[in-house]
Design a protein around this ligand. Structure first.
Ligand code: PEP
Ligand code: MG
Length: 883
């Protein structure tokens, strides 16, 4: 079998398409060689060797040794050197390179092949003793650390002590004699630590390094990284052995990294840094400050060190030529590593560069504008979820900021609101349509609802991966975490910092992009939705086949969603409309009433509010479909909780306190999500559904008159499990439509459909579709009822479940395709079999999740519906799903 692939001198046995076998680095080194770029010759030991190695108790395939020896000979003859030769030694680097990039996770050894003999040859050949011994001490340090396991700092301590004794500060102040002396000390250190001499045999060094790279595939760091990024252990890493080129050969040598475009802004300009007279690890170690590559960047940074453009104009010109060539070849922004050895440029690596969301967007749009990629490819280049970072309001740069503390920039965007100190208050405030910032020392899964309800989250403890940070990013909410200078006093309901004390209810602003916490409400600017964003969205819309609607009940949300491109409302949860001041009183009167008559009287008070709500929604969504769901939650959700509130309710409704309490007891449920809710309400209290239907149809007539556009009203029945339920409620709705038509003389076009959110409804979809004109999959309840996992109590164990791999992902975030998905597929098929015009949508949280959206596309749904801020994500994800 072939285990080794060579490259160099304008050709290679591999190519970029062989990434699985050669790893990313090996495949791209081969590709660059094939392109005729200056790549130091070398060879790649394949990922299959890694797999073999672990399958055979850390043994190599028997042919490997011979193949490596032959490849090493070939590299030697291209460079005019031989590995281990006393006169003209070949030195090599040994680097890892997996299929997916795993930056810094695995091991690298440079300058391999140096020993007491070859170092002298290197010095003679280069005419530079200092360089040779500097390289040798680097090799001893790196090899001892990576392969032999001696701590790096042990060497650093020896070096620091030596510099102190000699009164030297910089490594560059040390001469050949200094390094020679230190090499002696380093070797003694190794002997002391390991009881063995530092290996002088280059072959032993080489196999030691190869073993270390393969071994590093399973180090704890790499295991963790793979776990976080879903990289299977079975992929293995390749090992790249490559002739050394030296960036530390004096003032005409250098090493650096460059991006073909700016990875944080996307601007088209060579961006990067380099160090003169240095090797790769110096750039990473950050001991010396690197220099800018372009003169423009130097002017901007104000650095007093010359740019590469000025210091090495010919090398710079060559780099610019190569960067153009690589970008054209790979048709994407490249992240390159290079070394300059006495004025000659060598390319050591190229790969598609990592970038911020903002840069990804700009680069995709500009590459398409430059004709390098198609619009469809541009659509595929931007991670839908990453748009979240671009869609939040930011603080007006002109606004005055009264910064009182700075924490970590845990989740992007800015938000203002009143301070609340617990999740219950946050939720209550949200119901009252007040904007709040949830301030906690730290958050836990019990705070999810409060985080949902808040505009932003501020914690005083915890890092970038604390619960608050992770959850906020997931929700797309601004979050500042770990603002440690702030003291929170839950009992006093205050926070204090630097002499300022703020109470619950006071306004603050947080900026999750830089971690600032500000007193008061600071001016914001809305996110930029023109330019690149608009262009990409337009291309996405041209590709996608599913519609994207929004879940909204307030005019504000509906307008936001329109602005983001929503094509209608997929779910208006009418219960959210009953919490404001006057309405809640009427609602409670209705619940406390003794009979239908009493309820009707209370409902009559709600009708005008409800009608006005719908007029607004229909007007904002003029010409687009609006799905309005009848009242869904159990009635006790509208009743008070504390004694004080009970007193207030009694006073407001004119009902005895005793009776309020009795009614509360009657309505108490053990399992409210499976209780007296959904269409069950409409069946037992049809007057509620009738009031809502009347409000819908009257509003439709009014809005149609006002806008001159016909209204597309879809009335939706929740929590149905049998057609009989649906038919009973539909009959009431149809009767009301007729009544309103005859009263107003205007006929409204409408459809009546149902949520599919119970397993039985999915199974009996064939019956239900006989009379239902549309289905909207309520995958929140469908997940809850299919998995038997309460939506409200899952936090405690779902985390461990996903961590232990029992579930691949949180099923309330990304649809459980095997289980819940099967029910959706089946219901879609059974429904469409009896009614081929049956409209199918999804309105659970999954409607805004890219993986679930791909599933919806496969299943043939007509639309997805999600919260307003997720609309652009859904548009892009739907486009990618259709590609
Ligand atoms: C659902 O169950 O998926 C749904 C959209 O309804 P709600 O979240 O209001 O129960
Ligand atoms: Mg539901």
């Amino acid at each position: 079998a072939k285990w080794v692939y060579t490259f160099g001198d304008g050709k290679a046995e591999g190519k970029s398409a062989m990434r699985d076998l050669l790893g990313g680095k090996g495949a791209n080194l081969a590709e660059m060689s094939n392109l005729g770029l200056p790549v130091p010759p070398g060879f790649t030991i394949t990922t299959e060797v890694c797999t073999y190695y672990y399958d055979h108790g850390r043994q190599y395939p028997p042919e490997l040794e011979g193949q490596v020896a032959a490849a090493l000979e070939a590299v030697g003859s291209l460079t005019g050197r031989r590995f281990g030769d006393a006169e003209s030694p070949l030195l090599v680097s040994v680097r890892s390179g997996a299929r997916a990039s795993m930056p810094g996770m695995m091991d690298t050894v440079l300058n391999l092949g140096l020993n007491d003999t070859t170092v002298a040859a290197l010095a003679r050949g280069a005419g530079d003793e200092r360089f040779a011994y500097d390289s040798y001490r680097r090799f001893i340090t790196m090899y001892s650390n990576v392969v032999l396991g001696v701590e790096h700092h042990s060497f650093e301590e020896v070096l620091e002590r030596y510099k102190d004794d000699k009164g030297l500060t910089l490594d560059t102040d040390l001469g050949a004699a200094d390094w020679k002396h230190l090499i002696g000390e380093y070797k003694a250190l190794v002997k002391r630590e390991l009881g063995e001499d530092f290996p002088q045999d280059p072959q032993a060094q080489l196999w030691g390094a190869i073993g270390a790279v393969f071994g590093s595939w399973m180090n704890p760091r790499a295991n963790k990284y793979r776990e976080l990024h879903n990289i299977p252990a079975s992929w293995g890493t390749a090992v790249n052995v490559q002739a050394m080129v030296f960036g530390n050969m004096g003032e005409t040598s250098a090493t650096g990294v460059a991006f073909t475009r700016n990875p944080s802004t996307g601007e088209k300009a060579l961006y990067g840094e380099f160090l003169i007279n240095a090797q790769g690890e110096d750039v990473v170690a950050g001991i010396r400050t690197p220099q800018d590559i372009t003169e423009a960047a130097r002017l901007e940074s104000g650095s007093d060190k010359p740019s590469m453009e000025r210091a090495m104009p010919e090398v710079y010109a060559e780099l610019v030529r190569i960067y153009g060539l690589l970008e054209h070849h790979y048709r994407d922004m490249q992240d390159m590593e290079f070394t300059v050895e006495t004025g000659k440029l060598w390319m050591l690596q190229t790969r598609n560069g990592k970038r911020t969301a903002k840069a990804a967007l700009r680069i995709a749009v500009e590459l398409a504008a430059e004709g390098l990629i198609t619009h469809e490819e541009a659509v595929g280049r931007v991670e839908p979820a990453s748009l979240d970072q671009l869609l939040h309001p930011t603080i007006d740069p002109k606004a005055e900021r009264r910064v009182i503390a700075t924490g970590l920039p845990a989740s992007p965007g800015a938000a203002s609101g009143e301070i609340v100190f617990n999740s219950e208050e946050a939720e209550a405030a949200k119901k009252a349509e007040r904007k709040v910032i949830l301030v906690r020392v730290e958050t836990s899964p019990e705070d999810i609802h409060g985080m949902h309800a808040a505009e932003g989250i501020l914690t005083t403890r915890g890092g970038m991966t604390s619960h608050a940070a992770v959850v906020a990013r997931g929700m797309g909410k601004p979050c500042v975490s770990g603002a440690g200078s702030i003291r929170v006093d839950y009992a006093a309901r205050t926070l204090s910092v630097g002499g300022v004390t703020l109470k619950a209810g006071d306004r603050i602003t947080i900026d999750g992009s830089n971690g600032q916490v500000m007193q008061g409400a600071v001016e914001m600017i809305e996110p930029e939705m023109s330019g690149d964003f608009a262009a990409l969205m337009e291309w996405a819309d041209a590709v996608r086949t599913m519609k994207v609607r929004t879940n909204a009940e307030t005019p504000l949300d509906a307008r936001t969603a329109r602005k983001y491109g929503a094509e209608g409302i997929g779910l208006c949860r009418t219960e959210h409309m009953f919490f404001q001041e006057e309405r809640i009183v009427a609602m409670r009167e209705m619940i406390l009433a003794d009979d239908a008559e009493g309820r009707r009287a209370a409902l009559a008070k709600l009708l005008p509010y409800q009608r006005q709500d719908f007029v607004e929604l229909f007007t904002i969504m003029s010409g687009l479909p609006v799905t309005i769901r009848l009242l869904d939650p159990p009635l006790h959700e509208f009743l008070p909780h504390s004694d004080k509130e009970i007193g207030e309710v009694a006073a407001a409704t004119g009902v005895q306190e005793d009776k309020v309490r009795r009614r509360m007891n009657e309505l108490h449920e053990f399992n409210p999500m499976l209780g007296f809710r959904g269409c069950r309400l409409a069946i037992l209290y049809p007057e509620i559904a009738e009031m809502q239907a009347r409000a819908i149809f009257e509003a439709a007539v009014e809005a149609a008159q006002q806008t001159g556009t016909p209204i597309i009203a879809e009335v939706m029945v929740p929590l149905v499990f049998t057609r009989t339920e649906f038919d009973l409620v539909k009959a009431r709705i149809d009767a009301m439509a007729q009544a309103v038509a005859s009263e107003t003389g205007s006929k409204v076009e409408y459809q009546v459909g149902t949520m599919i959110e119970l397993p039985r409804a999915a199974l009996r979809a064939g019956d239900i579709a006989q009379t239902a004109e549309f289905f909207s999959f309520g995958t929140n309840d469908l997940t809850q009822t299919t998995l038997g996992i309460s939506r409200d109590d899952a936090g405690r164990f779902l985390g461990p479940y996903t961590q232990r791999g029992i579930l691949a992902a949180d099923p309330f975030v990304s649809i459980d395709q095997e289980g819940v998905g099967e029910l959706v597929r089946l219901a879609a098929e059974r429904g469409r079999a009896v009614r081929d015009t049956l409209k199918l949508g999804i309105c659970g949280e999954h409607g805004g999740d890219p993986a679930s959206i791909a599933f919806c596309q496969e299943t043939g749904l007509d639309y997805v519906s999600c919260s307003p801020f997720r609309v652009p994500i859904a548009r892009l994800a739907a486009a990618q799903a259709a590609l």
